[in-house]
Write a protein that binds this ligand. Structure first.
Ligand code: GLN
Length: 243
């Protein structure tokens, strides 16, 4: 059986609003596609697995971000190298911010990031909170929930994950959410985001398979076809919800 190694990054401090669910969803989908999913949980001080095919990170409070940033700096070079190599990664909210250059909190603390993304984040008193809907060129309509004080700006021209149709996203001005660099995605969508947006999950799985086994096409799965019909309904209903 083909094995796929998934790393859940800083699960203890960085898993808000069900973001840890993304790890479960990816594992289940991998099994339905006939892979053997192996999940590694990584927290500060742990040893980094020798081989990783996909990395998932979630959101967290400013205090959680303060707990992990030192360790993250230590792992920065490795994570930048894996991202450049094309290893798929999904970083939600707090981890998205720390995959950028820095997050300046409301209390004036500047938490350094690892600059996988050429973006920076500064907190304002205008917290962006509520349902978030966006149109993505790659994945169609994406829905989720956002709650962040940090507002994220691109420092150079970058590709956003989607154009916001309802909600805030990266900040209250630009009308975009997230970013994609190589196969590394940052976004403010919690949810867990993969539950109602399975195309995003399959992107991560396809790229992981490509990286490890040299082929991108996924086998068909009747079970997942049924699950994805339900997910599409969930997406539709959620997209009509008030903010
Ligand atoms: N603490 C960060 C902020 O408020 C991230 C929040 C989150 O991950 N939901 O901007």
């Amino acid at each position: 059986m083909r094995r796929i190694d998934v790393l859940s990054l800083y699960t203890n401090d960085m898993s808000f609003y069900g973001d840890m669910g993304n790890v479960l969803i990816v594992s289940k989908r991998l099994s339905f596609y006939g892979f053997e999913p192996v999940v590694h949980f990584y927290n500060p001080g742990d040893s980094f697995p020798d081989h990783v095919d996909m990395i998932l990170g979630g959101g967290g409070q400013d205090s959680g971000q303060k707990n992990i940033f030192d360790d993250l700096q230590m792992r920065g070079e490795k994570l930048r190298q894996l991202s450049t190599q094309g290893v798929p990664m999904l970083m939600i909210c707090g981890m998205y911010q720390l995959f950028g250059k820095y997050f300046l909190t409301n209390s004036g603390k500047k938490i350094p990031g690892i600059s996988v993304f050429d973006v920076y984040t500064e907190a304002t008193s205008d917290r962006l909170i509520g349902n978030l809907v966006e149109e993505s060129e790659l994945f169609g309509r994406l829905v989720g929930f956002e709650n962040h004080a940090g507002q994220t700006y691109f420092s150079s021209p970058l590709t956003p994950l989607g154009k916001v149709t309802s909600g805030g996203g990266n900040n209250s001005k630009d009308g975009i959410d997230g970013v994609i660099v190589n196969n590394t995605i940052g976004t403010y969508l919690h949810g867990p985001v993969l539950s109602k947006n399975p195309k995003l999950a399959d992107f991560l799985i396809r790229k992981a398979q490509l990286e490890r086994y040299g082929e991108e096409q996924l086998p068909s799965s009747p079970v997942l076809r049924r699950i994805d019909e339900l997910a599409a309904k969930g997406n539709e209903v959620a997209s009509r919800r008030p903010r």
